[in-house]
Design a protein around this ligand. Sequence first.
Ligand code: XMP
Length: 508
Amino acid sequence: MKEKIVVLDFGGQYNQLIARRIRDLHVYSEILPFQTPLSELEDPSIKGIIFTGGPNSVYHETSPHIDEKIFSLGKPILGICYGAQLMAYTLGGKVEPIAEREYGARKVEVDSTSALFQGLEKQQQVFMSHGDQVTALPQGFRCISSSETCPNAAFEDKKRNLYAVQFHPEVEHSLKGQEMLTNFAYSICHCSPSWKPDDFLATKIEEIRQQVGDHKVLCALSGGVDSAVVAALVSRAIGKRLTCVFVDHGLLRKNEAKQVAETFSPMDLNFIKVDAADDFFAHLKGVEEPEQKRKIIGKCFIETFEKEEQKLDSNDYFLAQGTIYPDRIESGLGLSAKIKSHHNVGGLPKDIQFLGLVEPLKDLFKDEVRAVGKLLGLPDAIVHRQPFPGPGLGIRVVGEVTPAKVHIVQEADAIFREELEQNGIRPSQYFAALSNMRSVGVQGDSRSYDYAVVLRAVQTDDFMTAEPYEIPFSLLKHISERIINEVKGVNRVLYDSTSKPPSTIELE
Ligand code: XMP
């Protein structure tokens, strides 16, 4: 029995970061919905529970609440932000709105006699983001941290092993946040640093075997790191009962279809390549709205897989997908606000013909997926490939997607990537997109009225937030010249210098 800390999800955008930070301490952690029945939480392998933050106010009837009996399970609990307010409110304390929302790095004083803050200096910088705060503690609690603006920045009931922080220890701006989580995991929950990424492999392989039983799996392989890792994992779990289908939807980067086929067909994965470009373009004709494009591409994908399944020996297949955590959170998993439908999540039709979905990476961040890929022995070229969205260039062409526009992006993107790689510049993600803006230019002696290509390069660890990459201007200028000279239909090249948020990484 592996010990773990469960994170109950109350809906913030950064919740998975908490589980991630606990895993970084070599303690297994997973997210569960806040409605998880108490009977499941009684599992003795659960050594502690964390309540996440969330966008709601506890005193609204429709906000997520929790059964008071959870506090009598005898398990240590740490409430964070909304989770702290919920703990106080449920146990009889008082939560009230503050005059002005508090957001950003703040100084607090902490009491290091509390197990949560042991070994820490009195003055701490933490990250606050809240519109309500706890104004009266429930019986049995004492205040263990405060600031000028937040009287109960943290509180504890040591006897019942209940702890709460108004701030976010999981966020980097809380400089000693990881130490606080370490104290919670090791000193309060008494976990030991015993979990290793290899355990993840063993656990997932076993889970896949359990889920799939004697059936088979069709894996949607895009050639990217996520689906390649899934294919390798499922292959380890069920061997030849795996078939991998690679759909060339015509929205891939230049030469990509050929490269993917060359990489994967020699592997023992029953690799099938399907040419479906005409079908995808026909469905995308006249469609401009990005959400609609994603839905169409997602639906075409599934229909293509279903058609392939029908060609196979039986209809006895699960569908495996490389869905990772950020895909789900941005598609509006649980209570988080929906930002867009990732094709492998929100784009799925309700009743697919498969026996079910196999998504072994759904709780991981990209860098964790790469670590798993390395453990599985995948080649570096796959493990370190920059991310490429499932809907492909379909969401890098703003407005209607046509073969001609896709061709422009493919060519411009190939030049951009070639130049950055040749100059040893490797941002986390970099690509060209096509705006739907046409403008006047002058080429040779004549007037042109052509498209503007947008170049985007960002630096990020978790792809939830990102900073624009500072490419030397002389190189940008050289790349622009090459694109204008070599790609027909373009007379302007723009560089996107926005962060995420407020932008996203993709340009759709
Ligand atoms: P955004 O644009 O949401 O991108 O800031 C975050 C990361 O996710 C990738 N992305 C996707 N990946 N299917 C995927 O597999 C999708 O539908 C999708 N949309 C965005 C994006 O490339 C970036 O790495």
